[in-house]
Design a protein around this ligand. Structure first.
Ligand code: NAD
Length: 492
C-alpha cells in the first residue's frame, strides 16, 4: 500500500529524528556524499548501475582520486554505517531520504544536458518506494527539471516528496567542501521536506552555523548554474584580458594581481591561463544557455557563448606558442605535456584543457608525450593515441618544447636545471602561470606563458618576474620581434 500525503508528513517527522539515507549514483559527487554522510553519523546505503564501481567501493577502494576520501571510506565501511548495493529495491526499502547524484553530461552533438540518467534513476527507484520518503536531487540540472520529476513522483510514487539540494563541492577539496560547505540550498515544496533536510544537515549547521537558503525548486536549480556561469565568466574575463595583453606586450599576471587587490573584484578565479574544463563548468554553461533559449530568454545569456569561445581559444593559443617554440611547424617535433587532469588534485580528465591541448598538438603532427601524477589511466582511456610517460623527467627527455597544462605542485617543484640536461629544446610554456619564470630562465630556459611578454633566457636579472610596484612602462621587455628572433635562434 502506498502512503497518503498526510502520512508523508508523519513519516518524515518520525524520520527527521535520525533519517536513514541512500545515495543513487556513486561517482565523484555521490561517493563523496555517501562517505561524508556516514562520517556525520548517518546509516547510508548507496547504489549505482555500475556494478564494478559498487564492488570497488564496497571493498574500500575509491574508483577515482580525491584527497582524503579513501581513508574515510574504509573507516565508515568498518563501522557498518556505510554500505553499497546494486539493488534499487533494497535502497527504497531502507531509506527515508534518497539523494540523486547521477551524472547530467552534455548531450552528444548538442548543448543541452542529458537528463536520461536522472530519469532512469527515478524509474528504477519509484516503483519500490512504498512509504513516505523524500527524494533529494543533488545533480546539476536545467531549471524546470525538479518540477517535472515532482510530477513524475506524484504519479509513480504517491506520498513521496521531492526536494532539490544542489551541490557545490570542488573536486580536490570534495571531502572538506561536503563536511563544511559554505552554504546549503534547499529547494522545497513543503515544511516537512525542509524539516527533514534540516535534520540531515544538522550535524554541519549546528557546528559551523552554515547559512541555509530555503527556496522554491526553480531558484534552487538556478543557484547552481548561476554560480558556475559566474565563475566561468570570471575566468574567461581575465583570459580575454590576456588576449588584449598579447596584442600590446602587456603582462596579464600583473594586471590580474592589480585587479585582485580591488575588494569588489577579488582574486579568486581571476587567474589567467589555459582556461576552465572538467565535468561541470563547460557543460553547465552550455546547458544553461540552451535552457534559456527554450525559455525564450536566450538573449540574457548570449554572453555565455562568448565565455565558452574565449575559453576554447586559449587552447589554440597554447598550441600557437608551442609551434613558435619549435620553429614554426610542429610536424615531427617531440613535445612534452605536463598534466592531463583538468585541475590538480583530481584524476578527472572530462573536458580537460590539458588533454585537449595535447590532442591539438598531436593533430598538428607533434610527437606528444604526456605525464600526469594521478590521471594517467583516465587519460590513456580518453586519448589512447597519445604517448604517456611515468615521470615528468621521462616526458621532457628529448622534447623540443615542454608545455605545463595542469598546476600540480609536483611541477612547480621540478628542478629546471636538471630538466635542461635531458630536454632537446629549452622552452617551457607555462599555460597555468604556476612556475617561477626567473628560476627557469636562470637555468637556461626560454619561459613563455599566455598573456605575458616573452623574454629570452638571458633577460637581465633586474627585470621583475612578477612586477609588484614597478610600473609596466618602466620595465624593459623585448619587442615581439626580439622574441621571435630569440626563439628562432634557440630553435636553430
Ligand atoms: P560521475 O559521472 O562521476 O558519476 C555519475 C554516477 O552515476 C556514475 O557512477 C554512474 O554509473 C551513475 N549512474 C548513472 N545512471 C545511473 C542510474 N540510473 N542509477 C544509479 N546510478 C547511475 O558524475 P559526477 O561528477 O559525480 O556528477 C554527478 C552530478 O553532480 C552532475 O550533475 C554534476 O554536474 C554534479 N556535480 C558534480 C560535481 C563534481 O565536482 N564532480 C560538483 C557539483 C555537482
Amino acid at each position: 500500500m502506498r502512503t497518503s500525503a498526510s502520512q508523508l508528513a508523519s513519516d518524515i517527522t518520525r524520520a527527521a529524528t535520525r533519517p536513514r539515507l541512500t545515495v543513487v549514483g556513486t561517482g565523484y559527487l555521490g561517493a563523496t556524499h555517501a562517505v561524508c554522510m556516514a562520517q556525520l553519523g548517518f546509516d547510508v546505503l548507496a547504489v549505482d548501475v555500475d556494478t564494478a564501481k559498487i564492488e570497488r567501493l564496497a571493498a574500500g577502494e575509491v574508483p577515482f582520486f580525491e584527497p582524503g576520501l579513501d581513508e574515510l571510506l574504509r573507516a565508515n565501511l568498518a563501522t557498518g554505517r556505510l554500505r553499497f548495493t546494486s539493488s534499487f529495491e533494497d535502497v527504497a526499502t531502507f531509506g527515508d531520504v534518497h539523494f540523486l547524484c547521477v551524472g547530467t553530461p552534455q548531450l552528444p552533438g548538442r548543448q543541452n544536458a542529458d537528463l536520461s540518467y536522472l530519469h532512469a534513476a527515478v524509474s528504477a527507484l519509484a516503483p519500490h518506494l512504498r512509504r513516505g520518503s523524500l527524494v533529494v536531487g543533488k545533480s546539476t540540472v536545467p531549471v524546470g527539471t525538479a518540477a517535472a520529476l515532482a510530477d513524475r513522483l506524484a504519479l509513480e510514487a504517491p506520498g513521496v516528496e521531492l526536494a532539490w539540494n544542489p551541490e557545490f563541492l570542488r573536486e580536490g577539496f570534495a571531502v572538506e567542501d561536503t563536511l563544511r560547505p559554505d552554504r546549503l540550498v534547499f529547494g522545497v515544496a513543503s515544511a516537512p521536506a525542509e524539516a527533514i533536510l534540516r535534520s540531515v544537515y544538522a550535524p554541519i549547521t549546528d557546528r559551523y552555523d552554515t547559512p541555509v537558503i530555503v527556496a522554491d525548486f526553480a531558484t534552487a536549480e538556478l543557484v547552481k548554474v548561476a554560480a558556475n556561469s559566474f565563475l566561468a565568466t570570471k575566468i574567461s574575463y581575465i583570459n580575454a584580458m590576456a588576449e588584449v595583453c598579447e596584442a600590446v606586450d602587456a603582462d596579464v599576471t600583473t594586471l590580474a594581481q592589480a585587479l585582485s587587490l580591488d575588494e569588489r573584484i577579488g582574486g579568486k578565479f581571476l587567474r589567467p591561463g589555459v582556461g576552465f574544463g572538467g565535468g561541470c563548468l563547460p557543460k553547465d554553461i552550455r546547458a544553461f544557455r540552451a535552457r534559456a533559449d527554450e525559455l525564450g530568454v536566450g538573449h540574457s545569456l548570449t554572453f555565455l557563448s562568448e565565455v565558452d569561445e574565449i575559453n576554447l581559444r586559449r587552447r589554440d593559443r597554447i598550441v600557437q606558442l608551442a609551434r613558435g617554440a619549435v620553429g614554426g611547424s610542429l610536424a615531427g617535433q617531440p613535445v612534452a605535456v605536463l598534466g592531463a587532469s583538468f585541475k590538480p588534485n583530481s584524476d578527472d580528465v572530462r573536458d580537460s584543457p590539458a588533454l585537449a591541448v595535447a590532442a591539438l598538438l598531436d593533430a598538428a603532427g607533434a610527437i606528444v608525450t604526456v605525464y600526469d601524477p594521478m590521471a594517467l589511466d583516465n587519460a590513456r582511456r580518453a586519448r589512447p593515441e597519445l604517448t604517456y610517460a611515468t615521470s615528468a623527467t621521462e616526458a621532457v627527455t628529448g622534447a623540443k618544447a615542454t608545455v605545463l597544462l595542469t598546476e600540480w605542485t609536483e611541477f612547480s617543484e621540478l628542478d629546471p636545471a636538471e630538466l635542461a640536461e635531458t630536454a632537446a629544446g629549452r622552452t617551457i610554456i607555462d599555460a597555468r602561470h604556476t612556475l617561477d619564470p626567473a628560476r627557469w630562465r636562470a637555468a637556461g630556459w626560454t619561459y613563455l606563458s599566455p598573456g605575458r611578454p616573452a623574454m629570452p633566457a638571458t633577460a637581465p636579472a633586474s627585470v621583475p618576474a612578477r612586477a609588484t610596484t614597478v610600473p609596466a612602462t618602466a620595465r624593459s621587455v623585448p619587442t615581439p620581434r626580439q622574441v621571435r628572433e630569440a626563439l628562432a635562434a634557440r630553435a636553430a
